[in-house]
Design a binder for this molecule. Structure first.
Ligand SMILES: O=P(O)(O)OC[C@H]1O[C@](O)(COP(=O)(O)O)[C@@H](O)[C@@H]1O
Length: 335
């Protein structure tokens, strides 16, 4: 059992053997994320004082107004991941296309691709509500030393070698998995060190919290409407509590600790929902399953979905196992 005051660096070294590929590579990857997270955290914490609030003036490929902090976080993560001779490609929610690294140098041995949502919960930046960063890591499938191709990014989520998020909230935490459980580390800002504060995180199988933007209720499929009514009914251990921060990372983190389910369904407004399969759903689904939770699109396990595009969206239901299965039951019954 890991010592509770263990630092992230010590934890990585102690658990390297569990990583099925070369141990040093994982350390280097997670250390890159750790460094970029600290840089972005520093900016987030003083967002109201520096010119980092508001729109950046551009629209990303999702058709969304890029926030200045989106752009800043995107630059910092790409910079930090590029300078480590381990990543051969990066795909970001804020970039139209994937970025190939070291593609000229056929001798490079970089083996990993990283997919990031640099700043999750963008709508909350200006109002001082917690936001996050999400990352997903795969081993490349194309030959080492050759330029990465789209194939390296369009892998099923069940091929991830690591995934995690950073939540910039009341405290800043880095939570990740390499397929051997989920562990959370809290940043001590005074010394800039992450400490193991939440070892072996687990979703309770049941919960009493549901997280969905009910403002879209009339546009939801009948199965989702029926599930929301089920949550609100005075019966047994219900009604459940409705909690929706509007930052996936924060809603997921709370539900993992307290028990709950997050839903971003498809609707008559968004035929595939809003969340991106590669940058948001796959990494959160890997974490959920590693923490005894579950994630699907209402019917299919998220990690089994074969991606076809870099920025594709899928309906998303994720959280406590029995609650996700209840949603799936309502979706099947409403078909
Ligand atoms: O405002 P809505 O439509 O409810 O969407 C909120 C959801 O969108 C997200 O902000 C994702 O989008 P971004 O990555 O662009 O922030 C989630 O974090 C959040 O749960």
């Amino acid at each position: 059992m890991a010592n509770k005051k263990q630092t992230l660096g010590e934890f990585i070294i102690e658990n390297q053997a569990a990583f099925k590929y070369s141990s040093g590579e994982l350390s280097s990857l997670i250390n890159s994320i750790r460094l970029a997270a600290k840089v972005v955290n520093h900016e987030v914490n003083k967002a109201g004082l520096v010119d980092i609030i508001g729109a950046a003036g551009d629209v990303n490929i999702q058709g969304e107004d890029q926030q200045k902090l989106d752009v800043y976080a995107n630059e910092k993560f790409i910079q930090t991941l590029t300078n480590r001779n381990i990543v051969c490609g990066i795909a970001s929610e804020e970039e139209d296309d994937f970025i190939s690294i070291n593609s000229q140098d056929e001798n490079h041995q970089n083996k990993y691709v990283v997919l990031i949502d640099p700043l999750d919960g963008s709508s909350n930046i200006d109002v001082n509500v917690s936001v996050g960063t999400i990352f997903s890591i795969y081993r490349r499938v194309t030959p080492i030393g050759t330029p990465v191709t789209i194939e390296d990014f369009l892998q099923r989520g069940n091929q991830q070698v690591a995934a995690g998020y950073v939540v910039y909230g009341t405290s800043t935490m880095l939570v990740y998995t390499t397929g051997h459980g989920v562990n959370g580390f809290t940043l001590n800002p005074a010394i800039g060190t992450f400490y193991l504060s939440h070892p072996n995180m687990q979703f309770p199988e049941n919960g009493h919290i549901y997280s969905v933007n009910e403002g879209n209720y009339i546009h939801f499929p009948q199965g989702i409407k029926n599930y929301i009514k089920y949550c609100q009914k005075e019966e047994g251990d219900r009604p459940y509590t409705s909690r929706y921060i509007g930052s996936l990372v924060s809603d997921f983190h709370r539900n993992m600790i307290k028990g709950g389910v997050y839903l971003y369904p498809k609707s008559s407004l968004n035929s595939n929902g809003k969340l991106r399969l590669l940058y948001e759903c796959n990494p959160m689904a890997f974490l959920a399953e590693q923490a005894n939770g579950k994630a699907s699109d209402g019917f299919t396990r998220i990690l089994d979905i074969q991606p076809t595009e870099l920025h594709e969206r899928v309906p998303f239901v994720c959280g406590s196992k029995n609650m996700v299965e209840k949603v799936e039951e309502f979706m099947r019954d409403a078909q």
